[in-house]
Design a protein around this ligand. Structure first.
Ligand SMILES: C[S@@+](CC[C@H](N)C(=O)[O-])C[C@H]1O[C@@H](n2cnc3c(N)ncnc32)[C@H](O)[C@@H]1O
Length: 199
């Protein structure tokens, strides 16, 4: 397992695949353990690094992770098998925005770590599958230090992406249904809880 994780870190570096920063995943694993989280939905598997590490936080943690890129999906499956985590991690090959989850499906934690421009759509779509005391966690809210400085960015594409993340942060801050706390950990993490069921 330890070697498989190190191999994933090298593979991600060599192939330019963005995986969670070490500080961020350590924070998430600690949170999962401390809050007795059991069922996790991850949007954006990449090669399975965070899914496998989240699943390893506790014996009874199960992760469903969604990936739309075929190469990443196949690599993720390979890594889940290598870690013998087939019963703990289910990998779904689909665009998360097109996925239909069965009615009544519930997760204790929904982790958003996919296309940055679509964070709000993921949040709005998957909040209906959150258990009553569940949390929605989002990664990359600092986006490598660009967030909060969008007007100084010259590249139009990058600026638009950063503006979307800034828009998402405003959406979280002004959301009446969820209360969100922001953590300066890794690339910036938020934890959103339903207002009436605050943890
Ligand atoms: C930042 S990476 C995920 C990293 C992973 N969570 C980790 O830390 O190991 C984002 C992944 O989300 C996938 N993705 C982006 N938009 C998606 C969507 N709409 N549905 C499913 N996967 C998506 C990308 O293909 C990419 O592999």
């Amino acid at each position: 397992m330890k070697q498989a994780i190190l191999d994933m870190e090298s593979y991600a570096k060599e192939n330019n695949i963005p995986i969670m920063q070490k500080e961020g995943i350590a924070f998430l694993m600690k949170y999962i353990k401390a809050n007795n989280i059991k069922n996790i939905l991850e949007i954006g598997s990449a090669i399975g690094y965070s899914a496998i590490l989240m699943a390893s936080s506790n014996n009874d943690v199960k992760v469903t992770t969604i990936e739309r890129d075929e190469t990443c999906y196949l690599e993720c499956l390979k890594n889940v098998k290598k870690c013998e985590f087939e019963t703990k991690v289910s990998v779904v090959f689909q665009d998360a925005l097109e996925l239909n989850l069965a009615e009544g499906t519930e997760f204790d934690l929904i982790f958003i770590d996919a296309a940055k421009g679509q964070y709000k759509k993921f949040f709005e779509k998957f909040k209906y599958f959150l258990a009553p005391n569940g949390v929605i966690i989002t990664d990359n809210l600092k986006f490598h230090g660009y967030v909060g400085k969008s007007e100084t960015i010259e590249s139009k594409n990058l600026r638009q992406l950063v503006e979307k993340i800034e828009g998402y942060i405003d959406f979280l801050k002004t959301n009446e249904e969820f209360e969100t706390k922001f953590y300066d950990v890794g690339d910036g993490i938020s934890i959103s809880t339903r207002v009436e069921n605050e943890k």
